[in-house]
Write a protein that binds this ligand. Structure first.
Ligand code: TXA
Ligand code: MG
Length: 328
């Protein structure tokens, strides 16, 4: 069994041990403020290849490099525009990933062969301590099998990746619960590739107009390559979205109904779950709830669509992807 170590704090001796595993080319899962990441030495191509294998991730899907501080970025990019500096000063460490022209030092496998690199400085004390102990950037996608739900608990990592990870650092439940906002600064205009905890309005207040990419495929310029389906972040159970207050008239099989703000009367035998009418709170709980319902063997999860509005954009996006029909 993969070892799960409950980390007592940034001074826990396990951090040194984890750093040694990473420097030797191994894989360590660690908590961030968004979701758990599956880390490898980001400058070691063989180590990064192990991440692709462990996740079953297509080689066309690039990885985020995690850094401990803004200064670490300089050697990883060929340009560091004013916009990146302003955003890093304001949001790092925090849940904002920046896509920039890559320096030649970034292995091709991290970039999936493309010209850009995604950089993120995580705010979690365990992630920070680990990065500083390693002293090198860590490549880290979410610590789940490709196209499955992202993990917000160490147990989610263990059940999704099992033996493929050398060590799992358990930092308890992650705070934000959804993946970072990804902003592409490599083009002529800033463009949000994945909505997340940092909202378009926040980015616009610093940068001026920001585009939101609404591609049918998942995040990333190279994601329309074979293997990348629209379906993503998905539970095993079928997920259907309905209007708020719609309720259910009948049910067959094991069904859960997730209401937002209120729970309508439900047929006997349907498990009702009430989420608050608060975007941050729903984001924090969403994946853990879907993991739990999946684990409990529900075949159908009927969930109310969140309200319109920018605050709900990230939740909206993940639900859309999780409920999309599997592509051939
Ligand atoms: O919150 C997060 O961002 C988490 C934690 C662990 O940091 N990480 C995460 O990584 O969500 P991952 O690999 O599951 O999702 C990163 C997304 C992928 O969809 C990938 O295609 C995109 O970022 N991406 C990575 N590098 C890119 C690049 N150079 N250009 C465009 N998209 C990129
Ligand atoms: Mg992911």
């Amino acid at each position: 069994m993969t070892r799960i170590h409950r980390v007592t704090g940034p001074d826990d001796p396990v951090i040194r041990e984890a750093a040694a595993i990473l420097l030797a080319g191994g894989l360590v899962a660690f908590p961030t403020e968004t979701v758990y990441g599956l880390g490898a030495d980001g400058l070691n191509s063989e180590a990064v290849a192990r991440i692709y294998a462990a996740k079953g991730r297509p080689a066309t899907n690039p990885m985020i490099l995690h850094v401990a501080a803004v200064e670490w970025s300089r050697s990883l990019v060929s340009q560091w525009p004013e916009a990146a500096q302003l955003l890093a000063e304001r949001y790092w460490p925090g849940p904002l990933t920046l896509v920039l022209p890559a320096a030649a030092t970034v292995p091709a496998i991290v970039r999936a062969g493309g010209p850009t690199v995604a950089l993120r400085c995580p705010a979690h004390p365990v992630a920070q301590a680990l990065l500083r102990a390693v002293g090198r950037p860590l490549a880290a996608p979410s610590a789940n099998r490709s196209q499955h739900l992202s993990p917000t608990l160490a147990e989610h990592v263990a059940s999704s990746l099992g033996e493929a990870v050398d060590l799992i650092l358990d930092g308890g439940p992650t705070r934000a619960g959804l993946e970072s906002t990804i902003l592409d600064l490599s083009g002529t205009r800033p463009r949000i590739l994945r909505p997340g905890p940092v909202t378009p309005a926040e980015l616009t207040s610093i940068l001026g107009p920001v585009d939101i990419w609404e591609g049918a495929t998942a995040v990333g310029a190279r994601q329309d390559a074979p293997g990348m389906a629209e379906r993503h972040y998905a539970p095993r159970a079928r997920l259907e979205l309905v209007d708020r207050g719609a309720g259910l008239t009948s049910s067959a099989g094991r069904v859960a109904y997730v209401g937002i703000g209120a729970l309508p009367a439900l047929p006997a035998g349907v498990r009702g779950v009430l989420l608050p009418l608060n975007a941050e709170a729903v984001a924090a709980q969403l994946y853990a709830l879907l993991h739990e319902l999946d684990g409990a063997g529900f075949e159908l999860i009927v969930m109310e669509r969140p309200p319109e509005g920018e605050a709900w954009l990230a939740v909206q996006d993940r639900l859309q992807r999780a409920s999309a029909k599997e592509l051939a």
